[in-house]
Design a protein around this ligand. Structure first.
Ligand code: ZN
Length: 241
């Protein structure tokens, strides 16, 4: 490779940086999107879990009601039995006792009937809540799947774009002095994908710390690559190129 001036090296590094910044952004997107998808999934799963809880609750109410109804049926049998016994009773005292027992069974029945009615009301209320929640979950699932699909499409696009950019990058690399490239790539790796930064006023465009006048003068001389003392990014002055 013929000797390339520092000015040209910097121009080429700036071109390379444009590509690398795009690649960096896309890779960030590829890291971020699955996390977002995971968060949406978690939210959706939570709604679903709530629905499952309601369904469990309804199941319990129905089971409880069923056992109350069986109990009620048992009381009815008891009452019938007592009624049959009544005709065989000889003494008045026994008769009174049997009547009291039957009244007691009736009282138990009416308590059970009350409980069964309450269970019906509860089942109705939970049933309505389930109906509503099913609608919400179905809606949420649709929304979650649509967002997931959209993000997955965007990720595919990003991957394709990265491939294109990486091939563009490969084409530029031979034009850059290996030592400059080496320095550039080392910084690129450690400094959030930004290796060469424009001087903004007296500040480094990468870390925004002040750059000394002496360093600015050195940059203007264009006989070496100058790096920011704070962040090690290569510095350049835009209207000086
Ligand atoms: Zn800096």
């Amino acid at each position: 490779m013929a000797q390339i001036s520092i000015r040209d090296q910097i121009r080429r590094l700036i071109d390379l940086q444009k590509i690398d910044s795009d690649i960096y952004g896309l890779k960030e997107e590829l890291t971020r999107k699955p996390i977002l998808i995971g968060e949406l999934k978690e939210k959706f799963e939570k709604n679903k879990a709530h629905l499952n809880e309601l369904e469990e609750k309804l199941k319990k109410i129905l089971l409880g009601r069923k056992s109350l109804e069986l109990e009620l049926k048992g009381k009815e049998d008891e009452h019938l039995k007592a009624n049959t016994q009544l005709s065989q009773i000889k003494t008045n005292k026994e008769y009174q006792a049997k009547i009291a027992e039957m009244e007691h069974i009736r009282a138990d029945q009416s308590i059970l009937e009350e409980k069964i009615l309450i269970a019906y009301d509860e089942a109705d209320a939970v049933g309505r809540e389930i109906e509503k929640e099913r609608g919400v979950v179905a809606q949420e699932e649709k929304r979650y799947l649509a967002q997931k699909n959209e993000m997955e499409d965007q990720m595919t696009l990003a991957q394709d774009r990265i491939k294109v950019l990486e091939s563009q990058r490969k084409q530029i690399l031979p034009d850059i002095d290996p030592h400059c490239l080496n320095r550039y790539e080392r910084v690129l790796m450690h400094k959030s994908g930004l290796a060469i930064a424009r001087l903004q006023g007296n500040s480094c465009g990468g870390c925004f710390m002040n750059v000394t006048q002496q360093q600015i003068n050195t940059i203007r001389m264009h006989d070496q690559l100058v790096e920011c003392e704070m962040c090690q990014r290569i510095l350049y002055i835009e209207d000086d190129l």
